[in-house]
Design a protein around this ligand. Structure first.
Ligand code: LLP
Length: 419
């Protein structure tokens, strides 16, 4: 039987049936239907705590984009997490999840004036500024509202995070942040802006990073810049080193821990007085969640076998757009033999697959499968493509569970016609 503990210690088989914490996954599927996202709250708590243990005195701002369900945010918040947001919508999700505004940091290359106003009115901790123009707009909007905008400059340290090119963000050619030289210039300019308070530096080099050496490189560069800025007389408080720590998707992956990350970055920060901010998303919720799906048909073609399931790329798009691997296990392990097949969804696209040429336990119509590591960038990237209502989400803790988002109905997705 699969060793699921390495993905999430709260996943196990009991008598051949998959459990998440104390709850049977099959029972949840019967009760709430499929496709269904199910999350383990205890896992999320453990992960936030692991960050705080590795980085005492820091502020862990959970990256809401990974999973914006307010009840998921609330669990992270209960363990002391703040929020990293990239839009007005995410700010409202974070606040709904009980995150105090003074623990919210706001990044993103395209903040609108309306979003900036909202964030200033709610009193967030700081904006992570990504361009010169944004700096001036922030000053103008803040002046209009008679507020001061606390800001960090997002620096692009030009390091290779060795991850999928779509999720590498700290390279020179990417749209994010500004080069180190430009950051110095922006600090000098920002000094004269009356409604701007400079409080720190920010970087985020990418996502699903499985080695910590790129962090060491990035933080080394950030710390050098920090020291230069101190010498120039700036008073800085927050060093935000972003998120991006990778997780186990494949059975053979070894995931770095927050402790490994701490070992890589702390030596560069010796002697500096600062509050470190971290923005983990995937490493907090990724392996907390599974996507439960039911087999609709098993189809044999001349050269291939297709297991057609009721979850599609509209529910979990990661395999389609990043060629991402998600491990898939049976909900009822009947101890049968193995088959090799593509696991595909009902969407009318060849790119609609969850797994290719995968060795899986034999399944037939009606069986349930669990797609692992689906807690991050799963529901949050889902859509109505092909006219499909989005799945329900269930949060499990110990022996209890509750629906934290109802399954969408046809009425709900037809609502648009009223505009
Ligand atoms: N901070 C900033 C500024 C970010 O842009 C991101 C992710 C994070 C923090 C959180 O990164 P994490 O700890 O989750 O790796 N949809 C892609 C991932 C895109 C990540 C975008 N930015 C995927 O499914 O792999």
């Amino acid at each position: 039987m699969e060793n699921l503990k390495e993905f999430n210690p709260y996943l196990s088989y009991k008598g051949g049936t998959l459990y998440i914490e104390g709850v049977s996954v099959g029972e949840l599927a019967e009760r709430f239907g499929t496709p269904l996202y199910v999350y383990s709250a205890s896992y999320i708590r453990d992960r936030v705590r692991a960050y705080y243990e590795a980085f005492p005195g820091s502020l862990v701002c959970y990256a809401v984009k990974a999973n914006f369900n307010p009840e998921i945010i609330r669990v992270a918040g209960e363990e002391g997490a703040g929020a990293d947001i990239v839009s007005g919508g995410e700010l409202l999700f974070a606040l709904k999840g009980g995150i105090p505004p003074e623990k919210v940091v706001y990044a993103g290359v395209g903040k609108t004036e309306k979003e900036i106003e909202l964030a200033l009115e709610r009193g967030i901790l700081m904006f992570n500024v990504e361009s010169e123009e944004e700096l001036y707009i922030l000053d103008t909007v803040a002046s209009k509202l008679k507020k001061k905008a606390r800001i960090s400059i997002r620096v692009n340290p030009d390091v290779d995070p060795k991850t999928h090119p779509y999720i590498a963000t700290g390279l020179k050619k990417s749209k994010f942040g500004v080069d180190i030289e430009k950051a110095r210039e922006l600090f000098r300019r920002a000094k004269d802006l009356k409604n701007i308070e400079l409080v720190g530096l920010h970087c985020h080099i990418g996502s699903q990073i499985l080695e910590v050496s790129p962090y060491s490189e990035a933080v080394k560069k950030l710390a050098e810049l920090w020291r230069d800025l101190l010498r120039e007389g700036f008073e800085l408080r927050y060093m935000d080193v972003g998120g991006g720590l990778g997780i186990k998707y494949r059975p053979e992956d070894k995931e770095p821990t927050p402790k490994d990350l701490a070992k890589a970055v702390k030596p560069h920060l010796e002697g500096l007085e600062l509050t470190l901010i971290l923005e983990p998303g995937r490493s907090v919720v990724g392996n907390a969640g599974i996507l439960v799906t039911r087999v609709l048909f098993v189809k044999e073609k001349e050269r291939k076998r297709f297991i057609i399931v009721d979850a599609g790329m509209n529910d979990l798009i990661r395999p389609s757009i990043y060629d991402a691997y998600h491990h898939i296990v049976p909900v009822e392990d009947k101890g049968e033999g193995y088959t090799i097949a593509d696991v595909v969804g009902p969407i009318c696209e060849t790119g609609d697959f969850l797994a290719k040429d995968r060795r899986l336990k034999e399944v037939r119509r009606g069986d349930l499968l669990a797609v692992l590591s689906a807690g991050a960038y799963g529901f949050s990237m889902s859509s109505h493509y092909n006219g499909r209502p989005r799945p329900a989400e269930v949060l499990v803790e110990g022996d209890s569970y509750r629906v934290i988002r109802r399954r969408e109905t046809y009425e709900y997705i037809l609502y648009e016609k009223d505009y």
